[in-house]
Write a new protein. Structure first.
Ligand SMILES: O=c1ccn([C@@H]2O[C@H](COP(=O)(O)OP(=O)(O)O[C@H]3O[C@H](CO)[C@H](O)[C@H](O)[C@H]3O)[C@@H](O)[C@H]2O)c(=O)[nH]1
Length: 333
């Protein structure tokens, strides 16, 4: 039994591949390596290429008729980049998803699990989001994901494609067995900057301390990447129960993944100190341009349909991220 993973050489896709492999499902990785890492494909069935390449997708299904589902992670994901170059984001995230879906339908591959974002919701007054929250994407990245979901929903109704769309926010951590992790050695996100400050011995700057939250700093739903990857496996395992074939179901189901509480930047600093010790320093600084107060995701539906909830703590994720940062440095030298 196999699963096709587009973007399987990326941070999340490679972790998903490891979870499936641990459960006896062989990953078949399709990745352009534009942002993916060749070392994350080592020892795996790997096709280097584009999800829009119909001949390639046909060849993959011809060579692996035992693929049971497609996990679609291939995408561009950096919000500020999407604002600078929206065309590229719509081409890759939207047009190529349309092409890929056509190739899947042609090959009779009707099960897709789509890696989406909870960043498309307008948060409720308490900053929570659930599947019923209004959609109000704020940048080309989240808009490209929302539009991709809309087109997939239409193809489900018209062509019998079936899609489970998993929406989540900020993945952190690394494969606990350190087979893969974040590719970039210069991350700009909060935990990446914390690790950088810790290693340089300089204070971490808390950018934004005047938000209306429990401690004035912004909220994010940081979630361990292994937990997210487990949800993809649960979705594949329960696919036909969640989206039954040949039924009244519209063929398209959205499930949010999150912790149900979120973490402020100050809470992230406290968790970081739990791991590295009290000497770690942080100081207040102005908010970054374009920053938002943030949101957290209610995961009740994920529990009902997938029997999924996060298992790793923020401290676990920090520990794994630190271990991965060290390993990545060792691999680079
Ligand atoms: O050195 C830093 C870096 C970040 N923050 C704060 O930490 C919070 C979270 O920031 P992140 O950058 O970790 O997360 P964002 O959700 O703001 O955005 C990031 O995560 C997204 C994924 O969910 C996209 O990938 C996006 O491009 C990327 O910047 C923000 O309030 C930010 O101001 C700091 O206090 N200090």
């Amino acid at each position: 039994m196999k699963v096709l993973i587009t973007g399987g050489a990326g941070f999340i896709g490679s972790t998903i591949a490891s979870v499936f492999a641990e459960h006896g499902v062989t990953p078949v990785v399709l990745d352009s390596l534009v942002t993916g890492r060749p070392e994350f494909t080592e020892g795996k069935i790997f096709y280097r290429g584009d999800i829009g390449d119909g001949d390639l997708v046909d060849a993959i299904f011809r060579e692996h008729p035992d693929i049971i589902a497609t996990v679609h992670c291939a995408a561009l994901i950096v919000v500020p980049d999407s604002m600078r170059d929206p065309q590229r984001y719509y081409r890759v995230n939207l047009t190529k998803t349309l092409d890929l879906a056509g190739h899947l339908i042609r090959n009779g591959a009707d099960r897709m699990i789509f890696a989406s974002t909870a960043g498309m919701y307008r948060p409720e007054p308490d900053l929570s989001v659930s599947e019923t929250s209004a959609l109000d994407p704020q940048n080309p990245y989240t808009r490209s994901k929302m539009m991709a979901e809309l087109l997939l929903g239409d193809l489900c109704r018209a062509h019998g494609l079936r899609v489970i769309s998993l929406r989540y926010l900020n993945p952190i951590g690394a494969d606990p067995r350190l087979r893969s992790g974040l590719q970039s050695s210069k991350p700009t996100h909060a935990l990446g900057k914390m690790i950088e400050s810790y290693e340089l011995g300089v204070p971490f700057k808390i950018t934004g301390v005047d938000w209306e939250t429990r401690d004035g700093t912004a909220v994010r739903d940081y979630i361990h990447v292994w937990d997210i990857a487990r949800a993809f496996h649960e979705a594949a395992t329960r696919f036909d129960t969640v989206v039954p074939p040949l039924s009244d179901h519209p063929g398209y189901e959205v499930i949010n993944l999150g912790t149900g509480g979120g973490t402020t930047v100050r809470e992230l600093v406290t968790a970081f100190r739990e791991v590295v010790g009290d000497a770690f320093r942080a100081e207040d600084a102005p908010a970054r341009p374009g920053d938002v107060v943030g949101a957290f995701v209610r995961p009740d539906k994920a529990w009902d349909l997938l029997r999924w909830k996060p298992e790793y703590t923020i401290e676990d994720a920090i520990r794994h991220s630190l271990e991965w940062a060290e390993r990545r440095r060792a691999l680079a030298t």
